[in-house]
Write a protein that binds this ligand. Structure first.
Ligand SMILES: NC(=O)c1ccc[n+]([C@@H]2O[C@H](COP(=O)([O-])OP(=O)(O)OC[C@H]3O[C@@H](n4cnc5c(N)ncnc54)[C@H](O)[C@@H]3O)[C@@H](O)[C@H]2O)c1
Length: 313
């Protein structure tokens, strides 16, 4: 039975670092066969997952020798962190390793949603010339409103400023005297204040009881009808039917969603978005690039090797 079990995809060089030192089972298909996982953990000292493997107390109970759960990413919604703590098993995320990827995604979606000129390839190739319809907006001079002003939001703010955007943020947990506000971000003390002042609203909060459906019908009503919404944080933060209605009724000018209440999004759950104008859907990929994949893998491989090489007292 393996020392290390990896249930979702990990970059090749990090997998190689682990397999060369320890008996390692790398099976990225295991995430879709969760019933097979507990039996593989009998001797495991490290379990490495991404965001879809559910690490429940029952899974942890199947791995009495576990020394670490490595998370190839940052959000910990799929891991019962309290159960791991009770069992003395540290949960280690790859904090910071994919911040740049997400920040670039948000900027790309900002440019795409406001400009609207990048979707006409088929028409242009077919000899049509839809110039008038494709006249869009610049991002320079617009306001980017960040809901949550943590690590990724701050990286996004730097890129947005370079494009001439004004940056504003709502994060009640970052006090008004925190030096981060000296970067020039306008601090809003209410979310409605931020929503009403922003051309682009981008979410950067964890999923908690306090952020579940943070963007609901009332919040969407507080946004301007020419504004756009980007969610590359967690799906549950947006009420999807309310967003779809706002788009269809042109009470909002566009949206990009990388994350969903149900992941992977099913055809049934995705049907709510049928007919929504100026909507981009991506499969929870904002944080995953070649570069971030290598960084995330390296951080978790380092943590796993350190945990397994550590002498136990
Ligand atoms: N789509 C992807 O591929 C991807 C990749 C990485 C991270 N993420 C997600 O992005 C989000 C942000 O990640 P991060 O690393 O910047 O996290 P972070 O912990 O650095 O920042 C989160 C911020 O949200 C704030 N916050 C919490 N509750 C709030 C509320 N009710 N209203 C306003 N602010 C609130 C916190 O104070 C904190 O400053 C997380 O949900 C994470 O899971 C997604």
């Amino acid at each position: 039975m393996p020392d290390i079990v990896i249930t979702e995809f990990m970059d090749a060089s990090s997998v190689e670092r682990l397999t060369s030192r320890f008996d390692t089972l790398y099976d990225p298909g295991l995430v879709d066969r969760p019933e097979a996982i507990p039996a593989l953990l009998t001797d495991a000292r490290a379990l490495v997952v991404r965001n879809r493997t559910r690490v429940t107390d029952a899974v942890l109970a199947a791995a009495p020798g576990l020394r670490i759960v490595g998370r190839l990413g940052v959000g910990l919604d799929n891991i019962d962190v309290a159960a791991a703590r009770n069992r003395g098993v540290p949960v280690v995320p790859a904090t910071g390793a994919n911040d740049d990827s997400v920040a670039e995604y948000v900027i790309a979606m900002t440019l795409h949603l406001l400009r609207g000129a990048y979707t006409a390839s088929a028409e242009v190739a077919a000899g049509k010339w839809p110039r008038t319809r494709l006249i869009g907006r610049e991002v320079s001079g617009k306001t980017l409103g960040l809901v949550g002003f943590g690590a990724i939001a701050r990286k996004t703010a730097v890129l947005a400023r370079a494009l001439g955007m004004t940056v504003a943020a709502f994060d009640p947990y970052v006090p008004a005297d925190d030096s981060v506000w000296q970067s020039g971000a306008v601090r809003h003390s209410t979310i409605d204040g931020l929503l009403g002042a922003s051309d682009v609203v981008s979410l950067h909060v964890p999923l908690t009881d306090g952020t579940h459906h943070l963007i609901n019908a009332a919040a969407l009503a507080a946004m301007r009808s020419d504004a756009v919404l980007i969610n590359a944080a967690r799906g549950g933060a947006v009420d999807e039917p309310a967003l779809a209605n706002a788009l269809k009724e042109r009470r909002l000018a566009g949206a990009a969603l990388d994350v969903f209440e149900v992941e992977p999004l099913t055809a049934a759950a995705g049907a709510v978005f049928d007919g929504c104008p100026n909507l981009v859907l991506t499969p929870h990929i904002a944080g995953v690039t070649d570069e971030s994949n290598s960084r995330v893998g390296a951080v978790i491989a380092d943590a796993v090797l350190a945990a397994l090489q550590e002498k136990r007292t």
